[in-house]
Write a protein that binds this ligand. Structure first.
Ligand code: ADP
Ligand code: ADP
Length: 228
């Protein structure tokens, strides 16, 4: 069974008397360890889909299942648990706390965990080592390059041992060489069994993904897998 399953998903935003049909009947499955790039023009529904998969918003109609659980049937607390335990988020602008060390930033998603503090520290340090920043744990974001800041953000996304990483334009603020390093890191996560979904405008970035989905006007226009 698919890790993420979208069946006839629609999303309509109502603004006063206006309706925006952001997603118009999307059917798509994502499997374990699969890395997918979502592409398409601005306004085509990419971020809306990411928000739905990330359990940050609910579809207007249709069903979205993660691990066989229909998100519409979950209570707010269970939805929050699913988000914390299953999904890691990565953003274009890194979204780090500027006054806090790399280690503190990575510990953030673990702050409500019931684990002992020493375990939380160890897990955060382990995640920073996984992204190659074992020697930068006490640095604040301003003391790190853009690529290093995005690594901290990826370590933070990994802290809760998610099965899904959602990355919205993860290389949008990075130069070409740094983008390649970040994509190599995300590709490695896919190979370790994490399902990685990235939104990108850059074809060179999308090339890292084994699967490319192109959106247009709230629908999937093309869904292609690279030949092995
Ligand atoms: P993309 O990520 O492909 O640029 P989005 O999913 O952000 O596209 O947007 C799809 C459509 O939905 C656009 O027309 C956008 O203006 C609209 N939209 C997105 N979020 C909201 C919102 N919170 N309220 C109203 N309209 C929205
Ligand atoms: P890159 O060449 O990878 O883009 P930078 O030239 O920005 O990186 O930084 C090189 C190294 O210097 C990095 O390892 C970073 O940790 C460190 N560094 C960058 N800016 C600062 C700063 N303001 N204070 C302390 N260390 C910094």
């Amino acid at each position: 069974p698919a890790l993420i399953s979208c069946r006839d998903v629609t999303k309509t935003y109502v603004m006063g008397t206006q309706k925006v049909h952001a997603l118009r009947g999307v059917n798509v499955d994502f499997h374990r360890g699969e890395m997918t790039a979502i592409m398409g023009p601005s306004g085509s529904g990419k971020s809306t889909l990411m928000n739905l998969i990330g359990a940050l918003d609910v579809p207007t109609s249709g069903t979205l299942e993660i691990n066989g659980r229909n998100l519409a049937t979950l209570k707010p607390n269970d939805l929050a648990d699913l988000r914390n335990e299953t999904i890691g988020f990565v953003f274009q602008q890194f979204n780090l706390l500027g006054r806090s060390s790399a280690l503190t930033n990575v510990k953030l998603p673990l702050r409500y965990s019931r684990k002992p503090l020493s375990d939380i520290d160890a897990r955060a340090a382990e995640c920073l080592k996984m992204v190659g920043l074992g020697d930068r744990m006490d640095h604040r974001p301003m003391q790190l390059s853009g690529g290093q800041q995005q690594r901290v953000a990826i370590a933070r996304a990994l802290a809760g041992s998610p099965s899904i990483i959602l990355a919205d334009e993860p290389t949008g603020a990075l130069d070409t060489k740094t983008s390649e390093e970040i994509m190599a890191l995300l590709t490695g996560l896919g190979e370790s069994g994490i399902t990685v979904i990235i939104v990108t405008h850059e074809p060179e970035v999308a090339e890292y993904a084994a699967r490319q989905i192109h959106f247009r006007d709230g629908q999937i226009e093309r869904d292609e897998r690279a030949k092995p």
